[in-house]
Design a protein. Structure first.
Length: 320
């Protein structure tokens, strides 16, 4: 595997899940695979789970790991070609990327949407430059539009906890004070469409996700109706994807607190499990009692980030 961006990069999803459960039973089974190989993890944005779980996964496979926080100690990077670099940016990404590639065998990159230009974000301008110029396999650790390591971990968690063969899974928008990217809901939708689940997306009008990710999912604007009989509730905030009104891309259109997932919402479900990728704003996205309830899977989801990253790195190492 040379790029990990979409669910399709894993090929047969059932096979990838079987591999995940094999690794979960014995995380060190492939500890010789990464001997004398180096993973470089590049963060343009903050992280807790991705940083720790991906490092742990690389160590499970016997790899050396270098972590670079671009905004703390590296030269400030110019990303646009043709710019006269007389400002505060000392290095261009077009030199920095191949240099980074010299010191490693595999590169993971986190670079969020900037919301400056929808087309640049949705064309994955930064990540595609890493793919093109690094000379190394690249895996996405949350890009402008996708967060596949998270969605893979979410799917592993659903597989572990589901009580019926084809559970009802609901992705629900919830309020947040700041404009957040669409990467997590985009990927979650993509992965749920590929999985064997009854998938419903609910959000206020104006928050329609890009059709390439919505796929065949049912979209229900009445949140309570969407929650009825659900087996899993996956809450997440996202800013306006700009599908119906491009001028609204990246804007906060609603802070409607009636969308906060609380006990009344969970009461209409089929005793659903609650999921969120974390970090989460309590009593904005979800109330204290719901996230602290026995039905909350937020910690098992985070734990499965190590497993999803180990599978992905294993497959990349096998392709070197
Ligand atoms: N869920 C997730 O990616 O967490 P971090 O942003 O802390 O890495």
């Amino acid at each position: 595997m040379k790029v990990f961006q979409h669910v399709s990069d894993l090929g047969d999803l059932k096979g990838a899940l079987a591999e995940a459960f094999e690794i979960k039973k014995d995380p060190y089974k492939y500890e010789q695979l990464g001997r004398r190989k180096t993973a470089l993890l590049i963060f343009f944005n903050n992280s807790l789970r991705t940083r720790l779980s991906t490092q742990k996964a690389a160590m499970n496979l016997g790899m050396n790991v270098i972590v670079l926080d671009v905004n703390q100690g590296a030269w400030k990077l110019e990303t646009e070609r043709g710019v006269i670099m007389d400002g505060d940016k000392s290095e261009h990404l077009l030199e920095a990327i191949p240099v980074m590639g010299c010191y490693c065998d595999v590169i993971g990159v986190r670079s969020f949407a900037t919301f400056e230009n929808r087309q640049d974000d949705y064309e994955e301008k930064i990540l595609n430059q890493f793919i093109k110029y690094s000379g190394r396999p690249v895996f996405f650790m949350e890009s402008a539009t996708v967060h596949p390591l998270q969605s893979f971990a979410d799917l592993i968690t659903i597989e572990e906890y589901k009580k019926t063969a084809r559970p009802k899974v609901v992705l629900s928008w919830a309020p947040h004070p700041k404009a957040l990217p669409q990467a997590v809901p985009n990927s979650f939708a993509e992965w749920m469409n590929a999985a064997d689940v009854d998938f419903v997306i609910t959000h206020p009008e104006g928050y329609e996700l890009d059709p390439q990710f919505v796929g065949d999912a049912r979209v229900e604007y009445d949140q309570m109706k969407a929650f009825e009989g659900a087996d899993f509730i996956y809450a997440k905030n996202w800013s306006c994807p700009g599908v119906t009104r491009p001028a609204d891309y990246g804007k906060v259109l609603s802070r409607d607190m009636s969308w906060t997932v609380d006990a009344a919402h969970m009461a209409v479900t089929n005793n659903a499990y609650f999921m969120h990728c974390l970090p989460v704003r309590r009593n904005m996205i979800v109330t204290d009692d719901v996230i602290e309830s026995p039905q909350s899977l937020v910690i098992p989801e985070a734990a499965n980030r190590e497993i999803s990253a180990t599978v992905v790195l294993k497959r990349i190492l096998e392709s070197l």
